[in-house]
Design a binder for this molecule. Structure first.
Ligand SMILES: *Cc1c(COP(=O)(O)O)cnc(C)c1O
Length: 218
């Protein structure tokens, strides 16, 4: 698949769902991908990228940002509290807010530096023990606490269990967001982003379908 194929499929899914053109942001997930592939996708015009580790992003994006204008970086992986400042300096959005302590740290640093990335609360829609995110029942409480901190909360994010139909999880996330008056829905990956768009996704996170399979070094 090329970036153009993915963009064409995204536009078609928007149209099928009766969504306005441009209402879905494509986040190209470049984690673990060799920098040549990233440069290739930059050369094709993509500017919104997702990384799941602060350190990996720090390693390569500063230099890519010097040679390319308008890059927007989204953190989609878990965030340790001690990396909060570094994450806030590097990323335009954080999709993995999942606890009050992290939100409080973000608020304190935002006061200091005068800016804050867009925030999404990660929901563990499948209640999987090994997965990050708050349980669906705890969503309203955490959303309220984050709003009390006057943080720029944009929406909710989920990663459905690998062995289940994602649609039910997308519906759940959509319902939780609607109930809390949140518009952002970060959901959908390479295998299911069209389904996610049909259920209201505003941000889809697509990695391997754009870049090819990830090659992990052992
Ligand atoms: C890796 C990752 C993706 C992209 O996955 P693909 O299946 O390669 O599209 C999306 N979201 C999160 C949170 C990820 O960690």
């Amino acid at each position: 698949m090329s970036l153009k194929d993915i963009n064409d499929r995204l536009k078609a899914a928007e149209a099928r769902a009766g969504r306005a053109p441009g209402s879905v942001t494509l986040i190209a997930v470049s984690k673990v991908q060799p920098v040549e592939r990233v440069r290739d996708v930059l050369a094709q015009g993509q500017r919104v990228f997702g990384e799941n580790r602060v350190q990996e992003a720090q390693g390569r994006w500063p230099s890519l940002m010097q040679t390319h204008d308008g890059i927007s970086l989204h953190l989609i992986g878990p965030l340790q509290t001690n990396k909060t400042r570094a994450a806030m300096e590097m990323f335009d959005a954080i999709h993995s807010v999942d606890r009050l302590k992290l939100a409080e740290t973000i608020a304190r640093i935002a006061d200091e530096i005068g800016t804050c990335p867009d925030l999404f609360v990660q929901i563990n829609t499948g209640a999987e023990p090994q997965k990050a995110g708050v349980l669906p029942d705890d969503t309203d409480g955490l959303v309220r606490q984050i709003r009390d901190l006057s943080l720029p909360l944009k929406g909710l994010m989920c990663i459905p269990p690998v062995d289940q139909e994602p649609a039910a999880h997308f519906e759940l996330l959509q319902a939780l967001a609607a109930r809390n008056g949140l518009e952002g829905l970060s959901m959908g990956m390479s295998d299911d982003f069209e389904t996610a768009i049909a259920h209201g996704a505003t941000h889809v996170r697509v990695g391997s379908a754009i870049f090819g399979e990830r090659v992990y070094q052992g």
